[in-house]
Ligand binder design. Sequence first.
Ligand code: PHE
Length: 339
Amino acid sequence: MSEASSPAAQVAAVLKVAQDALGAAPDVDTLRRVANEHTGKGSVLVGLKSSLGSITDVEARKAAGRAINEATQAIDALVAQRLSELERDAASRAAAGEAMDLTEHLGRRTRGHSHIVTQAWERLEDVFVGMGFKVAEGPEVETDFHNFTALNMPPNHPARSGFDTLFVKHGAAGSTLLRTHTSPVQIRVMQEWPLPIYAVMPGRVFRRDTPDATHMPVFHQIEGLVIDKGITFAHLAGTIEAFTKAFFGSDFTSRLRPSFFPFTEPSAEFDVRSASGKWVELGGCGMVHPNVLRSGGIDPEVYTGFAFGFGIDRMAKERHAVADLRDMYANDLRFVRQF
Ligand code: PHE
């Protein structure tokens, strides 16, 4: 018997081939197939095993049997090892596929922040909620009734023309519009809420205006409405003053100047003065007109109330000393990043 064809040499050759093939198996299916080729039915090792009986020398037969068993065990061990490698690779590939990059905010992008008008809006809500008010909102597309008629401005009332209204093509001509102020929300709150009412109503309003340093066709207002028994003008003045100090700081003060609005009687404009002594006009206010209370379904003989409304954009402009309202909406990052 030549060296090359001795059982031990054949086993060694099988083991070498099996080792290379198992090490190179790219997936579990290939691995199982290769393992079967070397240790399963019809494999060289199984063939050698069944021909052991033909070896007459006892010691040589024992040695050949041991070599076959060792080779089989070595192949089994290799299969197990390669299997766990393949499973580990598959798991880490799956994990990489599901991974999220949570490092994005670390410098690759700068973080954004709220617009200065949003900041003012939210702070106004906070201050009024702190004073016991609830927050309400109404629709931006309104009826003529809520925006004008219910607010004591019947059709052809001269005050209507001061509002530069944008109308919407819907229903009868002139019946639907973009609200020109947040006062129509007063009517909705009076009709829907139980009494007494302590409400603020922030929102977007629209007027047919050409943009300039102090006007925008789309801007924001916050409306206030208090309806209770025994409410007087002193409550209005006290509320405006308390709000001024809470929002701007204790070195600010407010004043009321006589004015006119169809929906309040008496009416006033209110101004705020900073430590520098400059008075800034902020908005309008007054005692809710009896006709308006009636539009809201409230008996003016039993309840009285006050209302106020002012521009949020203008407050943000004053607070941050912005020279031109248009700068607040140009989205120039050099401007935006300052606030
Ligand atoms: N709605 C008025 C305006 O837009 C402001 C206002 C509100 C005045 C409430 C009095 C009472 O000019």
